[in-house]
Design a binder for this molecule. Structure first.
Ligand code: ACO
Length: 469
């Protein structure tokens, strides 16, 4: 598909999903939890989950990906004028994550850096990207780059949600003339009050799993309808899923991503009136109405006729394979990374697709419980300035990306280590947070070079970090 790529517009150039010290394989967790084999690997579609020992936290992960972004792309710390962090697992009730990463810029004498943290469930990173892009477009812009850091640790209480735990961080460089541009005007949101997932206190979130799944899918319906209307007003052409080459979803677990894409495929078929005959032929309309009638009024996610969801998953599978799977590997292996989840998909897509993204449209669905959600599109392009093309072209980004290698190198950890990490999180909450505490695991030698880690929290709650050289 060819798309007119805007130039000189703000856009995101993603890099460096934070890879954690250890991973748990979902098969081992199934055995430990005593659930039937396949419940997590097939039922939830997950291969593993990431977690942190006591040496890593949301701050250290932010510092790791931020430093790697600067080093790998030869960005001088003085070229950064704006930093925002999206997180819901900060380490302090007042002092933002952003302040903890400032030493990386301070050492170059750069303290003229706007931006603070944004907290709104899994949506904080997306809010930060939109703010950073708005800063580049604004009267406040001074020609420098913005950086967005998304970092989170997802840890659930024992029960069905626990297998969807995870952790990860992503750093994004935002500026003009970049290889993935936010499409002007093609952005639709849905914001609403709901108690599907929240953190009133204690070591674990309060989560209504079925409600959160319903809210995620129903919000997608609303965002797609609004996006499609805007697309049609803007381009004068009918909006169809064919106009989209790739779709990246916020990924609590991969099965929900598969269902979300099947739903998008269904909504597209309904909007364009193409589904009725197929549904009738497959016998999956509701008892009271034929597939043709059903396709004019999509069923809400919770009241699909029997067989319809299965039919959609099967029918959309080839399209899912081509448009969605290339962005899902990190998500399937690391679990829910909350604010980092959807943006890890961008980094993954660049690694799998590279320069082939030029001229292609990427749809991105960011969902945060509570509810805040945005469906937006990005377009791949070659930077027009020679300097930017040399540093940030998609083929170069692909060439320097090492995600698959770093994922493969993660040492598998026993379920017992994951449980120990959860127990430690519970202890910290009941004792009011770490104080006068020296970290001990994993062994520093087992951390990848270039990883920041927490060495201790002193008796004034000051946190001390070091770099694994
Ligand atoms: N083999 C294969 N599949 C299996 C097996 C098995 N042995 N056992 C169960 N399954 C399937 C089920 O059929 C079901 O499939 P379906 O979704 O196609 O119907 C799937 O596994 C899930 O099983 P359930 O029993 O329906 O649900 P469960 O009790 O495992 O809970 C839930 C799933 C609600 C998602 C839970 O993990 C949760 O609360 N997660 C946290 C909340 C969340 O992630 N919400 C998403 C959006 S909000 C956010 O990002 C935080």
């Amino acid at each position: 598909m060819a798309v007119d790529a805007p130039s000189g517009r703000p856009h995101a150039q993603p890099d460096n999903v934070g890879i954690l010290a250890a991973e748990v394989r979902q098969e081992d967790l199934e055995k430990h939890d005593g659930v039937p084999s396949g419940k997590y690997t097939i039922g939830l579609g997950q291969q593993g989950l990431s977690f942190c020992g006591d040496r890593e936290d949301s701050v250290s992960m932010c510092m790791t990906v931020f430093r790697r972004l600067l080093v790998r792309h030869g960005v001088d710390a003085r070229e950064i004028g704006h930093v925002q962090c999206g997180t819901e697992t900060s380490v302090d009730g007042s002092k933002g994550l952003k302040t903890y990463v400032m030493p990386l810029l301070e050492e170059a004498g750069n303290t003229d850096v706007e931006g603070v943290d944004l907290v709104q469930a899994c949506y904080g990173g997306t809010a930060a990207v939109l703010n950073a892009a708005a800063w580049v477009e604004s009267r406040a812009w001074d020609g420098r780059y913005a950086v967005v850091l998304c970092s989170d640790i997802a840890l659930y209480a024992p029960g069905p949600a626990r297998a969807t735990s995870g952790a990860g961080a992503v750093a994004l460089l935002i500026g003009p003339d970049a290889p993935l541009a936010l499409e002007r005007g093609l952005q639709a949101s849905h914001m609403q009050h709901a108690y599907d997932f929240y953190k009133p206190g204690g070591p674990y979130p309060a989560v209504d799993g079925p409600l959160s799944v319903y809210c995620y899918l129903h919000t997608l319906d609303t965002c797609w309808a609004r996006y499609a209307d805007k697309y049609e007003r803007r381009t004068g052409r009918p909006c169809a899923l064919d106009a989209v080459d790739h779709v990246i979803f916020h990924a609590p677990y991969n099965k929900l991503v598969q269902k979300a894409y099947a739903r998008l495929w269904y909504l597209d078929g309904c909007r364009n009136g193409e589904l009725g005959a197929a549904l009738d032929a497959a016998g999956v309309g509701a008892p009271a109405e034929s597939g043709a009638a059903a396709s004019r009024h999509p069923f809400p996610p919770t009241s699909m006729p029997p067989g319809l969801e299965k039919y959609l998953l099967t029918s959309a599978f080839a399209s899912y394979d081509a448009k969605v799977r290339p962005s899902t590997c990190v998500q399937r292996q690391c679990g829910n990374m909350y604010a980092a989840s959807v943006w890890s998909g961008v980094a993954q897509l660049i690694e799998t697709t590279g320069a082939a993204l030029e001229g292609r449209r990427v749809l991105l669905y960011s969902y945060g419980s509570g509810i805040s959600a945005t469906l937006l599109s990005l377009v791949g392009r070659r930077p027009t300035s020679d300097a930017h093309a040399a540093r940030f072209s998609l083929d170069r980004l692909q060439a320097v990306s090492t995600l698959a290698m770093r994922l493969a190198r993660r040492p598998p950890a026993p379920v017992a280590d994951f449980l120990a990490a959860a127990a430690r999180s519970e202890d910290l909450h009941s004792s009011g947070g770490a104080v006068a505490y020296t970290t001990s695991w994993p062994d520093v030698r087992d951390l990848a070079q270039g990883t920041y880690y927490l060495t201790k929290v002193d008796d004034r709650f000051h946190r001390h970090y070091a770099l694994r050289e």
